[in-house]
Write a protein that binds this ligand. Structure first.
Ligand code: 5GP
Ligand code: SF4
Ligand code: MG
Length: 463
């Protein structure tokens, strides 16, 4: 999911958030929502669909007025079994001290425990999201100030969370003590912005200030910005998959440019795997940067070998295997003249189910490629993610049930190679002055989960 929050009295905060949400669309296509506070009341609009489908001039005008001063927005990631409008965010509720809205990116790993505890003491739930657990905890701590309540919530909840909370006239943000999901801070003509990714700041014309630190709570109101450092992390565990696939290449997360990280992975891949080939191509969009890196390091020319139809959104793709195969062809096509008669190295960022790769190899062969070598710029994904990356997809992980040779055969490539675990950490470490390979979560490759996961079965609704 993606979150954005703006505090800016006198600014068109809803309109600005709308721009920011566009830039975060890749983080979730299932639903979109925005809450706006005008000092007295919070108004909310949310629905299933893309940002453009859910919002427009009319909707923005409805929820915004001349007193609007604070807003939070959310785009939700699609997972099976939970495509319900009732699970759309932000969640808005009235409690002892007024109104609150909450938007969450991440996944709590002790949500079912907390849910049971809360239910015993009389809490009721309207959704199946773990975000509502946060809402109920905030309500439970309503005797405290909101910042104290958030600190208490932080002690109760486990897992990954970049959370935005707003009242009628304040904006608060918090990032989990491991810093799994990103959250950054920007400024725009005196307004403050919190966003999942810096690309949202760029889109709005805001200036990037810094990342919110793991375990930090920021409070933004008429007094300005106050930072509260709460829990000190045992270790940092920034999600490596944000850099591999999830985040946009034009974002900078924890000091590392996503595009450069992907290039470095491609360069590392070239150091690890040498293949006699004529051209290197990337699977657009997410495999392109790694393919360029591979080409730069190996000297094998980069070619545009595949064309992506940018009007086929992810929401278009139906969740059956048959439809998925069809969808690959709707989305990608080989550029015949580029690959004909060539020995091709095709690079993608990751293999999940193997559906895409199999279809593309076939496509390249039909277009006349002499050889197709598939290289993957990350290690095999063998474990599910419990921290908010598409778990529904991850149940079907091909590398968890098949050997590399079996996968190669299945996708029909001449050879198949993955980047090593050491290699990807090396590539990431090179990109940062402050972080080493140890500062990333790599659990989907290693099974080494940095944060205790107490409810592995309650995974229907990552935010
Ligand atoms: P496959 O066909 O192997 O299932 O999908 C591989 C493609 O999906 C890759 O090109 C990769 O960019 C993309 N991908 C990687 N992780 C995810 C994920 O968590 N969700 C979705 N929807 N796509 C992913
Ligand atoms: Fe990211 Fe993988 Fe860790 Fe999930 S398990 S947070 S996808 S690195
Ligand atoms: Mg891809």
């Amino acid at each position: 999911c993606g979150v954005i929050g703006i505090y800016g009295p006198g600014k068109k905060v809803a309109r600005l958030a709308y721009f920011g949400m566009h830039a975060l669309q890749h983080r979730g296509q299932e639903s979109a929502g925005m809450a706006v506070g005008d000092g007295q009341e919070i108004s909310i609009h949310k629905a299933m669909g893309l940002v453009t489908e859910v919002f427009g001039e009319k909707k923005i005008a409805e929820i915004e007025n001349e007193k609007s001063q604070v807003t939070i927005g959310h785009v939700r990631y699609s997972t099976t079994g939970s495509s319900l409008v009732s699970n759309a965010q932000p969640l808005v509720f009235r409690y002892a001290k007024g109104m609150l809205a909450v938007a969450h990116n991440g996944n709590l790993t002790n949500a079912s425990e907390l849910r049971q505890d809360l239910a015993v003491t009389g809490a009721v739930f309207q959704t199946t999201t773990d975000t509502e657990v946060i809402v109920n905890l905030l309500a439970r701590y309503s005797q405290s100030s909101l910042e104290e309540a958030l600190m208490k919530v932080m002690i109760d909840i486990k897992g990954s969370y970049s959370v935005l909370v707003m009242t009628e006239n304040r904006l608060l943000g918090m990032r989990d003590p491991y810093g799994v999901r990103p959250l950054c801070l920007g400024r725009l003509d005196g307004a403050y912005v919190l966003a999942s990714e810096s690309c949202a700041l760029d889109t709005m014309g805001a200036t990037f200030i810094r990342d919110i630190e793991p375990g930090e709570i920021v409070v933004i109101d008429e007094k300005g910005l106050t930072s509260l450092k709460t829990l000190s992390p045992l270790r940092k565990a920034s999600c490596i998959f944000e850099y591999i696939y999830f985040a946009r290449p034009d974002s900078v997360i924890d000091g590392i440019w996503v595009n450069l990280a992907r290039r470095a992975m491609g360069r590392q891949l070239a150091r690890e795997v040498q293949i006699d080939a004529d051209i290197v191509i990337g699977v657009p969009d997410s495999g392109t940067a790694a393919a360029i890196g591979y080409s730069l390091e190996s000297g094998i020319p980069f070619e545009e070998g595949l064309m992506k139809n940018r009007y086929v959104g992810r929401t278009f793709i139906q969740p059956t295997q048959e439809m998925r195969s069809q969808a690959v062809r709707l989305k990608l096509n080989a550029i015949k003249k580029a690959v004909e008669g060539k020995r091709v190295i095709m690079i993608d960022d990751s293999i999940v189910r193997g559906t895409t790769s199999g279809k593309i190899v076939q496509m390249l062969r039909q277009a006349g490629a002499k050889e197709v070598h598939m290289l993957v710029s990350s290690p095999p994904i063998t474990y599910p993610c419990y921290y908010g990356i598409d778990t529904a997809v991850r149940k079907e992980l091909i590398a968890a049930v098949k050997t590399i040779e079996e996968i190669r055969e299945l996708i029909g490539a001449d050879s198949l190679h993955y980047l090593t675990e050491e290699g990807i950490l090396e590539a990431m470490g090179q990109q940062s002055d402050t972080m080493t390979g140890k500062d990333f979560c790599t659990a989907c490759f290693t099974g080494d989960y940095p944060i205790e996961v107490s409810d592995k079965h309650d995974m229907q609704d990552p935010s």
